[in-house]
Design a protein around this ligand. Structure first.
Ligand code: G3I
Length: 367
């Protein structure tokens, strides 16, 4: 009897698995256009349903948090690569490539990393020396045949029209000024093996104001010979983003001779993920039923993949930020506490959603 129950449970499990993956892999649908990637956490490499979805669909991965300074640098200043290595070993065993994320960011860095014991700031020279040691250790640790791209600087720009170009409230900026950006690229290049490509990564880069700030910053870096290979457009988009806006950003950045990557793709079903004021956060704090927005999201995703496909000569990789709606930073209530979202191609049970099939239909229409 127990055997019979175990057997039927096993059959049921197989049926679920088969159902969940009985579809053409995304990597096959998009063919040779670009690497197709996904951000993951160490719990998703253990052979569970998320692992199967990753292996079925993607050719590259990014550690969602495990390769950030806060994921590696301990409170006592030592380095611990345990979580990062789980992900890197998984990539190596399965022939996946990786984007390293990220070396210099104002967030996800241990508290007090940039401070002396008495709470005063390190000097610029002290901070550079401390972080150069870290960058060196990172490039010595991770295999360069697996981790082939790195986000060297993340989110150094302000968004608004009436703000300066750089995010002045970042501790990096406050201590070092804007020169920390060129310092970071030069330092990364000093230690990165020659095949590893180096990126500036930011969000809202389809917004005309921020696009221009980014373009000018990149142009100055390129013109002054700073070793930068490309720009990561994070692509935490909402459905009011137009394909024309995306294309304009890709062309503008590519005109500098830089590679373009889509590094953190997701598509919220709400109007904006960055509501400017806390009061507006309250207004948007509810959960839409998905069937109301499914078709619009499917159409939007297809129109975005059309523009990515048409510009594939300028784009080397497209990465989704998380595997499915359950693991998404938006879906688990991180952006707006308690509010569910449905931003990805796979639902909470790893089943492909309408946007997945609209992308497939777009690619079929090309044949
Ligand atoms: O590890 C702790 C865990 O022990 C604790 O139980 C839990 C309770 O809140 O927190 C856990 O850490 C959180 C971690 O996510 C894992 O869920 C951190 O507090 C939280 O700050 C962290 O947020 C991450 C965020 O970056 C900040 O680093 C998100 O997962 C991650 O999706 C998000 O990713 C960023 C990109 O790096 C840069 N671009 C924007 C993107 C989305 O915000």
């Amino acid at each position: 009897m127990i055997k019979k129950i175990t057997l039927s449970l096993a059959v049921a499990a197989l049926a679920i698995t088969a159902k969940a993956q009985d579809y053409t892999p995304l990597k096959q649908i998009i063919g040779d256009d670009f690497y197709i990637g996904v951000a993951i956490n160490p719990n998703q490499v253990s052979g569970n349903e998320d692992t199967k979805t990753i292996l079925h669909n993607f050719t590259t991965i990014t550690a969602e948090n495990a390769m950030k300074p806060a994921g590696i640098i301990q409170a006592d200043g030592s380095y611990n690569f345990t979580d990062a290595d789980k992900i890197v070993n998984f990539a190596k065993e399965n022939g996946l490539k990786m984007r390293g994320h990220t070396l210099c960011w104002h967030a996800s860095i241990p508290r007090n990393y940039m401070k002396n014991a008495d709470g005063t700031d390190l000097t610029k020279e002290e901070l550079y020396a401390k972080h150069e040691k870290y960058i060196k250790a990172v490039f010595e640790h991770f295999p360069s045949d697996v981790v082939i791209y790195w986000d060297v600087v993340n989110e150094a720009l302000n968004d608004g029209e009436n703000e300066g170009r750089y995010r002045e409230r970042s501790e990096w900026y406050r201590i070092c000024g804007p020169e920390f950006i060129s310092w970071a690229f030069k330092t990364a290049r000093k230690y990165a093996p020659a095949n590893v490509k180096l990126y500036y990564n930011d969000y809202n880069l389809v917004d005309p104001v921020k696009r221009e700030k980014c373009y000018l910053m990149l142009k100055e870096l390129v013109d002054s010979g700073v070793p930068i290979d490309g720009v990561g457009m994070q692509a935490h988009w909402s459905m009011d983003v137009t394909p024309a806006q995306i294309e304009e950003s890709i062309n503008r950045f590519a005109s500098l001779g830089l590679d373009v990557q889509i590094t953190e793709f997701d598509l919220t079903v709400y109007n904006s993920i960055h509501p400017p004021k806390a009061s507006e956060r309250q207004i948007v704090k509810y959960t839409l039923p998905y069937d109301v927005v499914e078709k619009a999201q499917a159409d939007a995703y297809a129109s975005y993949f059309k523009v990515l496909h048409e510009n594939r000569d300028k784009i080397s990789s497209v990465t989704f930020w998380n595997v499915n709606d359950a693991s998404s930073w938006l879906g688990r209530g991180f952006a707006i506490r308690g509010r569910l979202d449905y931003p990805l191609l796979f639902d909470r049970e790893n089943k492909p959603k309408a946007p997945f099939f609209s992308i497939e239909n777009y690619y079929k229409s090309l044949k």
